[in-house]
Design a protein around this ligand. Structure first.
Ligand SMILES: C[S@@+](CC[C@H](N)C(=O)[O-])C[C@H]1O[C@@H](n2cnc3c(N)ncnc32)[C@H](O)[C@@H]1O
Length: 336
């Protein structure tokens, strides 16, 4: 099931598609769909404004969808419709694998408790659109406590009020991510920065239980930001990434991160892959580890490499062992 909790009208005045239409088009054109005709997809769009609901109904009806995709549009408040849905199935039954997009346009209505109850279900994932600069602006003002307590599911945000500037903004993001990590069965939380033309800072914050979900989200982030995989800055030309040449991923910091993790000890490529299969580092093992990081590091004589017999020079299969040069006494063996 794909849920858009704050769906909007589907299309805006200038013709731009909103999230429900983007979702439907992507789903309808997804190459995997043909291979799984027996899997049923339900798209649930929730919107509280009746005019927007009517518009969305018209727009959604224009999309040609495969027979196994069903669209349900519910008029109502996300908190009520979604919690009704979650409550209705908590009774010993399990939820079908569900991805929920939560884009409340502000921060009221997207309570952590509600999302937490949903994230209790196996195979559920959530993507938040977090208006970070907006939260940062309001955090010190009167009358915001109820909404902020619900958003963070803690009063700890109050301790951050005396901080200022970017420090406070990033501390608020960290608190949100930490709270999300505590919910249900969440195992990984990863964020992506979106800067609008007017300089506002939004974050897409993704919570998942499954390493594959994390991998796919990292890949999506790198497809938007081929340089760092962490942000998109809007420009007047319409794209934050419009450049003459595709920027190369910046993997220097990945090498440094590996050096920080493994120091001067021998480690296997499998261990390095494992380190990247977490939300602590933004890089993807398949995309960044071998050709873009370990191969040049070996060429530049930054690492020692020990390959089992039969492995070709230059290969970094999981059983290959590696050690950073320059540290340590050089006496320990690759097996230690
Ligand atoms: C930021 S817009 C969503 C935009 C949408 N994701 C898109 O890409 O077009 C937020 C929408 O949520 C609706 N809304 C606000 N509070 C709501 C609530 N509590 N429950 C459901 N919808 C709500 C608003 O009417 C508005 O259409």
């Amino acid at each position: 099931m794909l849920v858009d909790g704050f769906a909007g009208p589907g299309r805006y005045k200038e013709g731009e598609e909103g999230s429900p239409l983007i979702m439907l088009h992507l789903l309808a054109s997804h190459p995997v769909l043909e291979r799984i005709p027996d899997v049923r997809f339900v798209c649930l769009f929730i919107e509280q404004d009746s005019r927007r609901v009517a518009y969305l109904e018209q727009e959604a009806a224009k999309v040609t969808l495969p027979a196994n995709v069903e669209v349900i549009i519910k008029e109502g408040r996300f908190e009520e419709v979604f919690s009704g849905l979650v409550e209705g199935i908590t009774n010993g039954r399990s939820l079908i694998p569900t991805f929920a997009f939560i884009d409340p346009f502000g921060y009221t209505g997207a309570s952590m408790t509600l999302t937490g109850r949903f994230l209790d279900f196996k195979r559920s994932e959530a993507l938040f659109f977090l208006p970070l600069s907006y939260i940062n602006r309001f955090v010190g003002r009167d009358g915001q406590a109820t909404a902020l307590n619900a958003l963070f599911e803690t009063e700890e945000w109050q301790e951050l009020v005396p901080l200022s500037g970017d420090g406070r903004k990033l501390a608020l993001l960290k608190l949100f991510e930490t709270q999300l990590r505590r919910q249900g069965q969440v195992r990984h939380v990863i964020s992506f920065e979106l800067r609008t033309l007017d300089g506002n800072d939004y974050r897409l914050v993704f919570a998942t239980q499954h390493p594959t979900g994390l991998k796919l989200m990292k890949n999506a982030m790198w497809s938007v930001d081929p340089h760092q995989g962490t942000r998109y800055i809007a420009t007047r030309t319409g794209s934050g990434q419009e450049v003459l040449f595709q920027p190369q991923p910046d993997t220097g910091p990945l090498l440094e991160a590996l050096r920080n993790i493994f120091g001067s000890r021998w480690f296997s490529v499998a261990e390095a892959v494992q380190a990247l299969d977490t939300d602590a580092l933004p890089w993807c093992a398949e995309k960044h580890l071998r050709r873009l990081t370990l191969v040049p590091a070996e060429k530049n004589d930054l690492i020692e490499v020990c390959r089992p017999n039969g492995r070709r020079a230059g290969t970094f299969t999981e059983d290959v062992r590696v050690r950073f040069k320059g540290d340590g006494d050089g006496l320990d063996s690759p097996r230690s």
